[in-house]
Design a protein around this ligand. Structure first.
Ligand SMILES: C[C@@](CO)(OP(=O)(O)O)[C@H](O)COP(=O)(O)OP(=O)(O)OC[C@H]1O[C@@H](n2ccc(N)nc2=O)[C@H](O)[C@@H]1O
Ligand SMILES: Nc1ncnc2c1ncn2[C@@H]1O[C@H](COP(=O)(O)OP(=O)(O)O)[C@@H](O)[C@H]1O
Length: 268
């Protein structure tokens, strides 16, 4: 069984307060994009993990895919499996790649072993693996609050637009990015701003991590500016970085200025 865990972008990301548990409350819209890994479950006599493509930091048996298997194994009698991951989505990129792999592993195991877990149950398992992991269970555009794991409907569709993702060959640790940020309550809820025309977003829809990371990593501001110069209707950093994305109303003709970086483009 093969599945294709895809990345997400954040349309706006406001970090509103530090919580007593050390995490942060936020407001964001999580939106799925097509840049994907490939994940396969192979019957095996012993549980194992292997990967090809981009090297993944950390021990293979500590991979989030294995953690997802171990989590379900505590509650269900599943046979051993060999999990193979073709890693394409950059790591430390603000694209939720590892979280997607974990959530898709839960979904795949649920199907493969007929565990009959509901969406709510899968989301509860996913929450234990990472804050943005639960989003990938349903994997559809949603407005996120609290740790990024509580969802509200949002009437927002970008279908018809094109997206360009630029990973500027720089990994940023999510924990370090949160450690630098000063939370603040927004003047207007992000949901209200996102419901205005996309042409207004440049001046209103912000990612709070940009202010603390752009001075340290000038390449981030430079790539964002270049995306606007290439004709983006809206451009931003995704998550805690380092990927920048641009949303275009037609496929951009020339992206040679990003030739030294990892670039993905597609339809939204
Ligand atoms: C910033 C965001 C925005 O979508 O995405 P990425 O940049 O990772 O893609 C997420 O909040 C990242 O979620 P995720 O990557 O799952 O984080 P976790 O593994 O749960 O936590 C990693 C670390 O980030 C911090 N953290 C994470 C989420 C949150 N709401 N508050 C936090 O303070 C904590 O220090 C935690 O130890
Ligand atoms: N399957 C996986 N893919 C990517 N990273 C993984 C995976 N499993 C565990 N990790 C760990 O999670 C960390 C961040 O993963 P990732 O989700 O790509 O971050 P971000 O969303 O912040 O870009 C990596 O440093 C890596 O050590």
């Amino acid at each position: 069984m093969v599945t294709f865990p895809n990345a997400k972008i954040n349309l706006g990301l406001l970090i509103t307060e530090k919580r007593p548990d050390g995490f942060h409350n936020l407001q964001s819209c999580f939106y799925p994009v097509g840049w994907s890994d490939a994940l396969e479950l192979i019957p095996a006599s012993e549980t194992a993990f292997s990967s090809t493509g981009l090297p993944i930091p950390g021990e293979p048996m500590q991979n989030l895919c294995v953690k997802a298997y171990d989590l379900l194994r505590r509650d269900f009698d599943m046979p051993p499996v060999h999990i193979h991951l073709q890693k394409n989505v950059p790591i430390g990129a603000g694209l939720g790649g590892g979280s997607a792999d974990a959530a898709f592993t839960l979904r795949l195991l649920n199907d493969r072993f007929a565990l009959s877990l509901s969406v709510d149950q899968l989301e509860n398992y996913a929450r234990q693996l990472g804050s943005d992991c639960a989003f990938f269970v349903q994997n559809r555009p949603v407005y996120c609050i609290e740790k990024g794991d509580v969802f509200r409907e949002i009437d927002l569709s970008l279908s018809g637009y094109y997206i360009v993702l630029v990973y500027p060959n720089l990994a940023i640790s999510t924990a370090e990015a949160y450690a630098r940020i000063r939370p603040q309550q927004p003047e207007h809820p992000l949901a209200d701003l996102l419901l205005q025309p996309i042409t207004t977003w440049r001046n209103t829809v912000h990612n709070n991590f940009e202010a603390s990371l752009f001075p340290t990593y000038p390449v981030l501001a430079s790539v964002k500016e270049q995306l606007y110069e290439a004709g983006a209707v809206y451009a931003s950093m995704s998550g805690s970085g380092s990927t920048l994305y641009g949303i275009f109303d037609a496929p951009p003709a020339d992206l040679n200025q990003f030739a030294q970086y990892r670039v993905w483009q597609g339809k939204l």
